[in-house]
Design a protein around this ligand. Structure first.
Ligand SMILES: [Mg+2]
Length: 295
């Protein structure tokens, strides 16, 4: 066993309970007319053991995968190249470029606990003004997604450059780097290891930034809580059911847990869509037999 693998084994066994703590929000007692409890999604993501465990599980899988790839030196990165399709994916060749892993930030490596507290307490949905203020001032009320802080540190020890590709605004680059640091996730340098919305002309679409990163690095793993963190091709306006089917169809299906790693987010984002006909197919419907019926 090489030193590298020994290091990985030790890190995999390291107690994740040592994750940086999330600072308490500095807010007075809630008033009585507000919701008694946060939403189910918030309970799961920010409060539950199940939510923490599934996150740690994803991070452990990612670390094991990356450790193996560092030894194997893959020919291709896990970034889809320009012109690729989901039916016929082609990947950026690696050449001899150094290794990197690319991660979304919000609810992938960092929990926006303070912002979601505000959203839950006020009952307001997401709004641009509050989110912008949060990007600028939230560094005291963030924490790592469980497992992310340990595993990002382990990736760096393996010689893999950790790069953040987020749709936070380029105008708030410095504050976002401070928040990443405050969450225990290490350093992020704009233009080197931090890419933001506004870095190019593609807005919130991340493919262009992925291609820029791929020009400098062999990207051996990506992590995200939204499918757009892997490819913009998932956000071409497909119906809910078609989008889901695209994730389950080979060869794309083979990437989950093998280069592409998904973190849970039941609180917001592109996964929270669909009416009854989207969510419950006609051939999977059931109702209890009417009283006296079926006997
Ligand atoms: Mg995210």
């Amino acid at each position: 066993m090489s030193m590298t693998m020994r290091t990985v084994s030790v890190l995999l066994l390291a107690p994740l309970a040592a994750c940086a703590t999330v600072p308490a929000a500095t807010t007075s007692a809630p008033s009585a007319d507000l919701a008694a409890n946060p939403s189910a999604g918030m309970q799961y993501l920010y409060g539950s053991g199940e939510g923490a465990a599934i996150s740690v599980q994803a991070w452990h899988a990612l670390l094991g995968y990356v450790a193996a790839k560092v030894k194997a030196r893959p020919a291709d990165s896990v970034v889809l190249e320009e012109g690729a399709t989901l039916d016929a994916p082609k990947f950026e060749p690696c050449g001899d470029r150094p290794f990197a892993a690319v991660f979304d930030v919000d609810e992938t490596v960092m929990l926006n606990t303070g912002y979601e507290y505000h959203a839950a307490r006020t009952g307001q949905g997401w709004n641009e003004a509050d989110w912008g203020a949060w990007e600028k001032t939230g560094e005291g009320a963030v924490g790592p997604v469980p497992g992310a802080d340990h595993v990002l540190a382990a990736l760096r020890k393996l010689g893999v450059t950790v790069i953040f590709n987020t749709n936070r605004s380029v105008a708030n680059a410095d504050a976002t780097a401070r928040a990443i640091k405050a969450a225990g996730l290490g350093d992020a340098v704009h233009g080197q290891t931090l890419y933001l919305s506004g870095d190019d002309a593609m807005g919130s679409r991340k493919d262009g930034r992925r291609w820029t990163i791929s020009g400098k690095y062999c990207v051996i793993a990506m992590g995200g809580d939204q499918l757009g963190d892997f490819s913009d091709l998932f956000n071409a306006g497909q119906p809910v059911s078609a989008r889901r089917a695209a994730t389950m169809q080979l060869p794309i299906a083979g990437l989950w847990g093998n280069g592409w790693f998904v973190l849970p987010n039941p609180v917001y984002g592109s996964g929270l869509k669909g009416g009854f006909d989207d969510v419950f197919p006609m051939d999977r419907r059931w109702a209890p037999p009417a009283a006296g019926g079926g006997k």
